[in-house]
Design a protein around this ligand. Sequence first.
Ligand code: NAD
Length: 463
Amino acid sequence: MSNITVIGGGYVGLITAACFARLGHRVHALEIDTARLAAMRQGDLPIREAGLNDIWDQAFASGLLTVTGSYKEAVRGADFVFIAVGTPPRSNGAADLRQVIAAVRGVIAQANGSMPIVVLKSTVPPGTAELVKDIILEHRTWDVARVVSNPEFLREGLAVIDFMRPARIVVGSDDRDSAEAVGALYDKLRRPVIYCSNRSAEMIKYASNAFLCTKISFINEIAALCEEIGVDVADVSRALGMDSRIGNSYLDAGLGWGGSCLPKDISGLIWTANRVGVSTPVLSAAVRINNRQGWLVVEKLKEMIGDLRGKTIGVWGLAFKPNCDDIRESPAINLVRNLQGEGCVIRAFDPQAMGPAAEHYPEVAYCRDAYDAASGVDAVVLATAWPQFQTLDLTRVRSLMKRPLIVDARNTLDVASVTDAGLIYLGIGRPMAGPEFEQTPRELSHHLRQNRGRPPSAARRAR
Ligand code: NAD
């Protein structure tokens, strides 16, 4: 059993604290935000993650986990201090390390006698561990600074599983003993541990996220081409992904990536490269393509229903991905803002993220459910791939809409079910489909502009 302090009660800090206690370590969780701290104390955690509440409550009840707002209490007796505070992007793309530095200084101020091993769990640019060592050594109380880089790879929505069954554990340090001591904290997981230098560990995390971004942008570029040549990108990505050299995750065309990590980490990597004079055209293109995806949907809507001013659009999904309530850098939210910029009225529904969205974007009509969001709208856009949107009664949806158009910006709906319900289907990188398959895309779009309510078949009969 080791004594571990985890600084930061955000996504990563809460999961790290709870899971280390689950592994039998004694853990202090330190948070400086008083509201968050109070919630942590009451077990009313500020994030929703499958399995987290159970292990948090058990750890609390067993006495292995304690929560504090005091550095003095948290650092006293700690063998390891894990730093899991935020590293948001600065306006120039670089990571803002102020929270990390404040946390390190907080530890130094309270470390009487021996300085614990400082473990950087936050995602930081290569070279940060050296900076942290310099800060520790500046104090001249210690001759050596033991700093280990142990980046986190968990995915929101699957965070507990990812922590407990990671593909690999990366432990970087130029001090072998400290690295092995950190590696040993995870012994019970029986997962591969990659030992490397601090800089390598920092680079592994950045490169891994940048690769995921690039993979998504790659398939989005292929999707744009598929659309022009009448190919369904879903067929292409399914077959591509079956090749074990490629793999099928992060290979779905759609609105692109978002969230609190991928955008800032690829920007941080590009900034790091610029700083050392290395150009990164692939990474820059990945960012450009991602920024374009939301606008493609706006363009599609304009093509289909004309000028968007005064039009009402239903948006299904606001979270940056399904199974979480996180709207940070959400492509769905960016789309909402783009549409509002064009003069649209937005009716939105998300199974979990409406609370956080309403706090920041009050000028959206938040709806009871997906049907309510489709009521009286000129089009619906499916913006987050929540599984429950796949099982909606589309005939009912159709009956509520002003015009029969669904833009499936995550390619998750069954095209035949959409068209069988009398709706026109528009995906990303897929051929447009309508209730009457002999209609060309041009006819479908003409129909939508001319006939507000009736399905194409009825419109044709009326002529
Ligand atoms: P977050 O912003 O949700 O949480 C950070 C927490 O740290 C906040 O609660 C804040 O109040 C607290 N904090 C800030 N300064 C503090 C200080 N000096 N002392 C004590 N507490 C302090 O961040 P997060 O999503 O948990 O991410 C943390 C780090 O982990 C980031 O570098 C992020 O890139 C990385 N990461 C995040 C994820 C993810 O899915 N969220 C996954 C892997 C890695």
